[in-house]
Design a protein around this ligand. Structure first.
Ligand SMILES: [Zn+2]
Length: 59
């Protein structure tokens, strides 16, 4: 879940929000590539998770 962290462009404070809790500056993701990759495969992850849960229930 590291890619959920954003970093303040002003003081380099890590935060989960769009704005820095320390200085109020803009926070950006230090891993933009992982963000888009996660978006792209999110539907497949959800599908596989559902299939895995169904498999466990049938046992
Ligand atoms: Zn800051």
């Amino acid at each position: 879940m590291v890619w959920l962290l954003r970093r303040c462009t002003g003081c380099s404070q890590y935060t989960l929000k769009d704005t820095c809790p320390r200085c109020g500056g803009a926070a950006e993701s230090p891993h933009p590539a992982k963000f888009s990759l996660d978006d792209k495969y999110r539907r497949y992850r959800i599908l596989m998770k559902r299939m895995a849960e169904r498999k466990q229930q049938s046992r």
